[in-house]
Design a protein around this ligand. Structure first.
Ligand code: FES
Length: 277
């Protein structure tokens, strides 16, 4: 059993989960994920790793409550425990001195972007962070990113913080901020990663996305996480989760990602537990 050290809502519908898992904490690297089950009957849920404490033996993830299993996770309290927590899984994010790197994060991806930004800074990169959300109250960890970034840029759809609009303004924002990235790394929802990749392709700037498909085993056995990258079939859990965003077949990915929406979200809606969807 894996003990819950902390579980709290950090912004509406996004939760921080800290689990005692010493072996995972020892081995975790930026870009990795874990697979948890909230209880004996819960499905296996992949969560990107957002932080770890090797001394305390804890691993932190940020997750969004979207369906039945994440609703169960969102009810966990410190002192509760989960029957399984497997990881770290997936390849590490490639970290080297690329020069100037723009880290783009949104939603739960802001969490998993944090260790990436830290490692890039440590490798000698000039790191800029761009956080994107519907409104300022949905952004978090700006202070953490400020410690490892030249600048933290905010983009909100309602204009309550930073630039008003969407990531589609990225080219214009980079010009205004006088940033010429050698690499862009995006962690967040599928739409953020897809839209960023579409904007950066004409700019010719390599863009790495941290894919978040439906997963079961997380070890390359079931094939559920398959996606097409550069015309070839890949398994996100063992070949990724990081891929070149310009090579991902986004249309196919979106379709596969939404396969179980009716089973996951609609029962919650009917029960009144998911009024925000
Ligand atoms: Fe089963 Fe990737 S989750 S092959």
């Amino acid at each position: 059993m894996f003990q819950i050290i902390e579980r709290r809502m950090i912004v509406p519908n996004l939760h921080e989960l800290v689990v005692e898992a010493p072996d995972i904490a020892q081995a975790a690297q930026p870009g990795n994920f874990i697979i948890v089950r909230p209880d004996e009957y819960g499905e296996r849920t992949p969560l990107s790793v957002a932080d770890w404490d090797r001394e305390a033996g804890t691993v932190t993830s940020i997750f969004m409550q979207v369906g039945g299993s994440t609703a169960k996770l969102a009810r966990l309290k410190p002192g509760d425990s989960m029957p399984s927590c497997a990881g770290p899984l997936g390849k590490d994010t490639e970290i080297e001195n690329f020069g100037t790197v723009l880290c783009v994060g949104g939603c739960y991806g802001i969490g998993s972007l944090y260790p990436v930004a830290c490692a890039l800074k440590e490798a000698g990169n000039k790191v800029y962070t761009l956080l994107e959300g519907r409104s300022s109250y949905l952004l978090y960890w700006q202070d953490r990113f400020a410690e490892v970034s030249e600048r933290v840029i905010e983009v909100t759809r309602d204009g309550t913080a930073g630039y008003k609009g969407h990531i589609s303004r990225l080219a214009e924002i980079l010009t205004l901020e006088k940033i010429q990235p050698d690499l862009i790394i995006v962690n967040g929802c599928t739409f953020l990663m897809m839209k960023t990749s579409k904007v950066t392709e004409p700019m010719g700037c390599k863009t790495i996305v941290n894919m978040n498909p439906i997963m079961i085993d997380g070890t390359g056995m079931c094939g559920v996480c398959r996606l097409t990258v550069a015309g070839k079939m890949k398994f996100a859990c063992v070949d990724g989760p990081d891929f070149n965003g310009h090579e991902v077949d986004w249309e196919e990915f979106l379709k596969r990602r939404q396969t179980y929406n009716p089973e996951e979200v609609h029962p919650l809606r009917k029960s009144g537990c998911a009024s925000h969807f």
